[in-house]
Design a protein around this ligand. Sequence first.
Ligand SMILES: Cc1cc2nc3c(=O)[nH]c(=O)nc-3n(C[C@H](O)[C@H](O)[C@H](O)COP(=O)(O)OP(=O)(O)OC[C@H]3O[C@@H](n4cnc5c(N)ncnc54)[C@H](O)[C@@H]3O)c2cc1C
Length: 501
Amino acid sequence: MIIDDQSYDVIIVGTGAGGGTLAQKLAPTGKKILILERGDFMPLAEQNRSNVDIFKRERYHAPEQWYDRAGEPFSPQTNYAVGGNTKIYGAVLQRFRERDFEAVQHQSGVSPEWCLKYADFEPYYTEAEALYNVHGQPTSDPTEPPHSAEYPFAPVVQEAQIEGIVGAIAQQGLHPSPLPLGLTHQDDDFTNDAEVSGITPALTHANVTLKTKAKVLRLHTNPSGLAVKGVEAEIAGESFLFLADIVVLACGAINSAALLLRSVSEAHPNGLANRSGLVGRNLMKSLITVVVQLSTKPNSGTFQKSVSVNDFYWGDKDFPYPMGHIQNSGGLLSDVIFAEAPPMFSVLAKFMPGFGLRQLATHSIGWWAQTEDLPNHKNQVRLENGKVIVNYTANNREAHDRLIYRWTEVLKSVEKNLVSFQKGVIHPKGESPLQVLANQCGTCRFGIDPDASVLDPNCRAHDVENLYVVDSSFFPSNAGVSPALTIMANALRVGEHLMGL
Ligand SMILES: Cc1cc2nc3c(=O)[nH]c(=O)nc-3n(C[C@H](O)[C@H](O)[C@H](O)COP(=O)(O)OP(=O)(O)OC[C@H]3O[C@@H](n4cnc5c(N)ncnc54)[C@H](O)[C@@H]3O)c2cc1C
């Protein structure tokens, strides 16, 4: 192994929502920072966030295999590049709701309380919204938490047909609201990601070094096991050891857990920072389904997603448990229909005889339904003979089914020209399959009690004095809205703590 001759103040592993945001925060401090990223810069031509590429053609599945609980291999939908999964994300940047930080009774169990509350995160949400140029508007959405500042930019303009639906829904007493989106403000079509807002500004500081195609293999501690001394990484087929005072993992919830589990030693026989036995446990990934609305009225087929509906977030009149969040999918469907043809064509053509593919595309509107899944000890990332096993069974499914059903009812009531609905066009069985891990979280939960959590409230490992984790691993519970803004806000919060060390 080649021992690097430099010694760093901080090593950050991973450049996604957590790592990229933290790098930007720490860069101006003058601390000597090394960033290790297993991927490379994504060429601009590759930065195509078309959902058809992501979901249908499996373009952004990692070039490696993980295994399900039956030992069947799968290729995970995760992006190894500078910017991580934010290079391919939808850039919907929502705050968790105040009650998401509290214990909440769901139909199939309790979503646990966080050790910090919404008020602790609020200033960092505001900072993250400024950093990622979020386009939004304070809303009438009754679940929206208080904001200490306006969004930096106005929301995107609604497609005419969507505007009509929004108006009709509002007349029913629902609260459709602008969907907050992180976009470059020069061009409202381009999403802002952790390379643009995190790594690029960090690299303008001479004290920051980025090594790409540097895959971290394991962490090495001092003999007592109380501190990480070295970070072992493979670069161009060679093994290097990098030394730092502080090591921060931001590899994503599955890879950070796998890295800790791989870093066994005499002092940490069950994996690093795993005295609680919770590293890799409580994996969550959200229940996500797309509902497709077919209408006789045309739309442009190429519009931005723009609407959020949270009226069923905490339940409904006959179901007093959280159901989740709805957002429209933008112009996704034209691509999906083309990619799915001819099978999709035959299904859709049944409802609209005489229509060509393009017409079908421009007569379809997609709606994402997203429901919180609950932490379960058995939903676990573990290693078996070096292989990554992802053992996950979805829970809280009735709440999700009810959300889909209820949303379909709402659409039927407002759209006179409605032809039909298809559930789960992208995932024909209705529910996202195991390899769709977009919202993975929870594998190193934070908390006060070292027996019941992996990280302390500053996201420092309880068992290791200089080891931090700032990706989505730290979530004790998921939420109905998407995770990225909370990961970014938390990275800024932890960054502030690290600045003081
Ligand atoms: C298609 C898609 C759409 C999405 N849309 C949205 C959305 O609209 N809104 C939202 O809130 N969320 C969305 N998400 C989820 C969001 O992208 C993730 O929650 C977020 O990026 C996770 O941040 P992270 O820092 O935990 O990990 P990541 O962003 O996954 O970053 C992890 C980084 O670590 C690197 N890495 C991993 N292992 C190693 C290693 N061993 N050595 C070195 N580097 C390593 C990876 O290459 C990567 O750069 C979406 C995700 C996908 C896939």
